[in-house]
Design a protein around this ligand. Structure first.
Ligand SMILES: [Zn+2]
Length: 308
């Protein structure tokens, strides 16, 4: 198959994107389920083999992808998945004065749902576990989506996610995240690192960087703002920054810095100096507000010195 050979050259995050585009087409009746099913079956075969033979070296996203493929390789699940996208699409496009492009990504995301909207586009991510949501709950979801107060929306979706009727799919995907590390906990009190990652990835890495595990440090500190851990493929961000007063771009900047470590792949030895070479520093300054961000971070550290 022609599409398959090009597909094989893609990174995991691109494969996921590519499949998501195909699901949207299928939901719009523009791609056959059988063709999609065949592609998924072949992908599943390849990735299950990889998962079995290199279990240690598989990254969190690869593992999740493999679980996702296994789920979708079931005909009934695939049909439900596509149907869910089309049910959601119908409701969104029926909104008043709705002329924006609607992009729906259903996947075992790290969050139950998230969305962003601009004048031209609505981007919606929904957790795979929710594909069995009732029509009534979906109506409610769409009705609440654009209301300024998000509390009710969060409550609804949390209740749906933990609804016993949807438990089978939810607990299946819970196994997909590596439990013992507990490394992927992007949700802070104020900021969700996954959302910030998506922005930074889009803006600075052309969306090509595969998502590492993202989490906040257990405790706030004033020394280290972030760390990239090569072996675990994880980024930790200082909990001290998870405050309502922190400008979002400061967290984006620190995450960008850590992701540069991932991208450039320099092993750290005896501290961090080797990783921060001239090339690194040059790339770092490509961040839109790097000076403002640096000044903010320096401000945090100065406060600590004064106290001592
Ligand atoms: Zn660094």
């Amino acid at each position: 198959m022609k599409s398959e050979s090009t597909f094989q050259n893609l990174s995991v995050s691109r494969r996921i994107e590519s499949l998501q585009a195909r699901f949207s087409n299928a939901a719009a009746g523009e791609q056959s389920h059988a063709e999609l099913g065949a592609l998924i079956a072949e992908e599943k075969r390849i990735w299950q083999e990889r998962l079995q033979s290199h279990n240690q070296r598989i990254t969190p996203i690869q593992r999740k992808y493999c679980f996702w493929l296994t789920f979708l390789a079931n005909e009934r699940n695939l049909a439900l998945h596509i149907k869910f996208i089309s049910r959601l699409h119908q409701r969104l496009s029926a909104l008043k004065n709705q002329q924006r492009i609607i992009e729906i990504k259903v996947f075992p995301h790290n969050t139950i749902f998230s969305y962003s909207a601009s004048k031209k586009q609505i981007n919606l991510k929904v957790h795979e576990a929710l594909i069995g949501m009732s029509d009534q709950a979906l109506d409610q979801f769409v009705a609440l989506l654009f209301k300024p107060n998000k509390a009710e929306l969060s409550r609804l979706m949390r209740a749906q996610y933990f609804d016993p009727k949807l438990e089978a799919v939810r607990s299946y995907f819970e196994q997909a995240t590596v439990p013992q590390t507990g490394l992927n906990q992007p949700e802070g009190k104020w900021f969700n690192l996954e959302e910030i990652f998506d922005e930074v990835n889009r803006n600075y890495f052309a969306g090509k960087l595969e998502k590492p595990a993202l989490h906040w440090s257990a405790r706030p500190n004033k020394v280290r703002m972030g760390t990239y851990h090569f072996k675990q493929d994880s980024v930790m961000i200082n909990r001290a920054l998870d405050e309502t007063k922190t400008p979002r771009f400061v967290i984006s900047y620190i995450l960008y810095h850590e992701l540069l470590h991932k991208k450039l792949g320099v092993q750290m030895k005896n501290g961090r100096s080797r990783a921060h070479n001239a090339k690194f520093r040059k790339l770092e300054k490509q961040f839109g507000k790097w000076q403002e961000a640096e000044a903010y971070i320096a401000g945090l550290k100065v406060k600590k010195l004064k106290k001592r």
